[in-house]
Design a binder for this molecule. Structure first.
Ligand code: PEP
Ligand code: MN
Length: 348
């Protein structure tokens, strides 16, 4: 929609799990009669009607109907990802004791690009020594120049998955295109939507149909509301297991790669129930400052960090300038955990 839409008013109706078809039809009829347009949303976890209209009405008219579990009014442009709908924080269980939740600092680390077996094994060894359970890495790389390294593709992912599984490591990797979702499915634990695809609405819609978690990065010039609407796309097409990622935005400032928006972190935590992950590597793009940006993110309230690490960053196929070496990464992990512990102990 190009024109400014009148956002009107929204009512979210959570339906009972065992709702009958005639009960649903009756609720929809009542909603229509109030001048509201209901959209049915069925996710892997829940069943909702998102009703959008103009005239306010007393939600108790809907709340007592058979088949309704809960009903709330949500004034935000985004709906089901809003804190106005779900008060508590969402957690994501990846299995094998790996959980993304507000009670632990989730750490996801690895190279910008997967480069081959030796690099995979070496990175996993390093992560295991640090107790980091989730490895990042790109096999499909969105590069500004078509002549830059664009990733080793699905074969590298299959190999990476085999080695990761042998070592109890989970995989997060970027999905660039709708047609890659299915071939990647078996080999990944979290799909990453990159900044350049943050508003690829077909991709977001299709990721809603998959029962694996998705981390959505903020777009290159995306607003906070854009990011939340991108998450809403995935949620409303069926997948509630989502994370939001602040990775910096493009501004007039060219002294660093991106302008990392630390402000986004407390705001996202206030506006949404979804976990918020910070990417200090892309956020500043300068290796020696990555740790400081990570620390600022922890103080600001993030639930996790995703960062780039390589045995020899100067030889990395991509993003070496912002990639930590192993000793920097070990220090980073230690300090991040210490600071997160301090934040928890002090109720910050
Ligand atoms: C990446 O994670 O390597 C990446 C390309 O990130 P972004 O989409 O944030 O630029
Ligand atoms: Mn990168």
């Amino acid at each position: 929609m190009c024109l400014q839409e009148d956002k009107g008013s929204t009512v979210i109706i959570q339906l009972e799990e065992k709702i009958q078809q005639d009960q649903l039809a009756h609720i929809e009829g009542q909603v229509n009669a109030l001048g509201y347009k209901p959209t049915e949303v069925r996710t892997q976890q829940g069943h909702y009607l998102v009703a959008i209209g103009k005239k306010p009405f007393d939600i108790r008219h809907i709340g007592h109907l058979d088949g309704v579990a809960d009903v709330h009014r949500v004034s935000d442009a985004y709906k089901l990802v809003s804190k106005k709908w779900k008060v508590g924080y969402s957690s994501i269980d990846l299995g094998d004791g790996v959980v993304i939740s507000p009670n632990e600092l989730a750490l996801m680390a690895g190279p910008c690009s997967i480069e081959g077996e030796d690099q995979i094994r070496s990175t996993i060894q390093h992560l295991k020594e640090q107790g980091v359970r989730i490895m990042r890495g790109g096999v499909f790389k969105p590069r500004t120049s078509p002549y830059s390294f664009r990733g080793l593709g699905i074969d590298a992912l299959v190999l990476w998955h085999k080695i990761a599984r042998e070592n109890g490591i989970k995989i997060i990797t970027e999905v660039l295109a709708v047609e890659d979702i299915e071939p990647m499915y078996e080999y990944i634990d979290i799909y990453q939507v990159g900044a350049r695809n943050s508003q690829n609405f077909r991709l977001l819609h299709e990721l809603g149909k998959v029962d694996k978690p998705v981390l959505v990065k903020r777009g290159m010039s995306g607003t906070i509301e854009d990011l939340l609407q991108s998450a809403e796309y995935i949620f409303s097409s069926g997948n509630e297991r989502l994370m939001l990622c602040e990775r910096g935005i493009r501004t007039y400032e060219s002294a660093y790669r991106n302008t990392f928006d630390v402000n986004a972190i407390p705001l996202l935590k206030e506006k949404s129930h979804l976990p918020v992950i910070a990417d200090p590597s892309h956020g500043i793009g300068i290796r020696k400052f990555v740790e400081q940006i990570a620390m600022a993110s922890i103080v600001a309230g993030c639930d996790g960090l995703i960062f780039e690490v390589h045995e020899t960053p100067e030889e990395a196929f991509s993003d070496g300038q912002q990639t930590l070496n192993y000793s920097e990464s070990s220090r980073f992990v230690q300090r991040a955990r210490d600071l997160f512990g301090f934040r928890m102990d002090h109720g910050m």
